[in-house]
Design a protein around this ligand. Structure first.
Ligand SMILES: [Zn+2]
Length: 287
């Protein structure tokens, strides 16, 4: 999981604008929940699906898997709109966070696995005594879950990935990393398999790059014999291809950026200047 910058509130959910779909629903909802505690047909949030898909680069906010082209993805309410539970086996409490069902800041894009198999209605707090149960309760609750759009939290202070692609939480962080991994299912076997595969590809590419760099250094250490010119050129060409494909993994549209950053940031910081210089000189010389 990585931090995703939330865009400006779409006009359709601008709660300050009394004509917006969101503001109209908000008024209805407050009225409805005066004497009801479930079954409101929330729908305003559905208006912003395309914006969320774009904002999250078609990836799940929690597990960072690609959602398209195999699925549509769910609009996920960080604070559950219908009912909440403290843990999966605990009872459901009604109503849920009805007053933020149409609040832009409560909406994420999620894959169906994270949303429907794992998180569901779970919403544990750091301190259950501070839970806000009605729209006009004056309490400040602190979620135990990490919201990828929370500007005050960097998910990578809590959740990281090792060379094998396994997810690890930061001990002593107040339990947010560990709880988020559990609730979002970030250690689930299929997801782990995908991340392991990517981690291996990254490690292989880093090793290849180091090998090409070694070859190039050796060849350049002495005056170049004619028969080695082609070998040197091929090493440069291969270095460029593999280096570019490693950098491609870091594009924001690529899945599992949390893992990618953990496995490439240091390597790229150390070797990019060296590789860029070598490749620049190689291309200059070819001109
Ligand atoms: Zn997911």
């Amino acid at each position: 999981m990585i931090y995703i910058h939330r865009r400006e509130t779409p006009r359709v959910l601008d709660l300050e604008d009394s004509n917006s779909v969101g503001a109209k629903e908000y008024i209805e909802v407050i009225e409805y929940f005066k004497d009801q505690n479930r079954n409101f047909p929330f729908k305003a949030y559905k208006e912003v699906k395309d914006i969320l898909v774009d904002m999250f680069n078609e990836k799940c906010a929690y597990c960072e898997s690609d959602i398209s082209p195999v699925a549509y993805g769910d609009i996920e309410h960080f604070r559950p709109k219908n009912a909440y539970q403290i843990a999966k086996k605990e009872r459901l409490n009604y109503p849920g966070y009805y007053w933020v069902a149409m609040d832009w800041n409560n909406l994420l894009l999620s894959c169906t696995t994270c949303n429907r198999t794992y998180k569901k209605n779970q919403f544990p707090l750091v301190n259950e005594a501070n839970r806000k149960k009605k729209h006009d309760d004056v309490v400040t609750e602190e979620p135990l879950l990490i919201n990828p759009c929370d500007e005050k939290i960097n998910p990578q202070d809590h959740i990281n990935f090792n060379e094998e692609g396994l997810v690890i939480f930061t001990p002593g962080d107040g339990g947010k990393g560990e709880k988020s991994i559990e609730v979002y299912g970030l250690a689930n076997p299929k997801l782990t398999r995908n991340r392991k595969k990517l981690a291996k590809e990254i490690t292989d590419k880093k090793n290849q790059i180091l090998r090409f760099l070694d070859n190039i250094r050796l060849l350049l250490a002495e005056p170049l014999k004619v028969e080695y010119i082609v070998i040197l050129e091929n090493n440069f060409k291969d270095l460029e291809i593999v280096y570019n494909s490693l950098k491609n993994f870091t594009l924001p549209t690529e899945p599992y950026q949390g893992l990618v950053r953990n496995l490439t940031a240091e390597f790229l910081a150390e070797y990019s200047p060296i590789i860029n210089k070598l490749l620049f000189e190689f291309h200059e010389q070819k001109k």
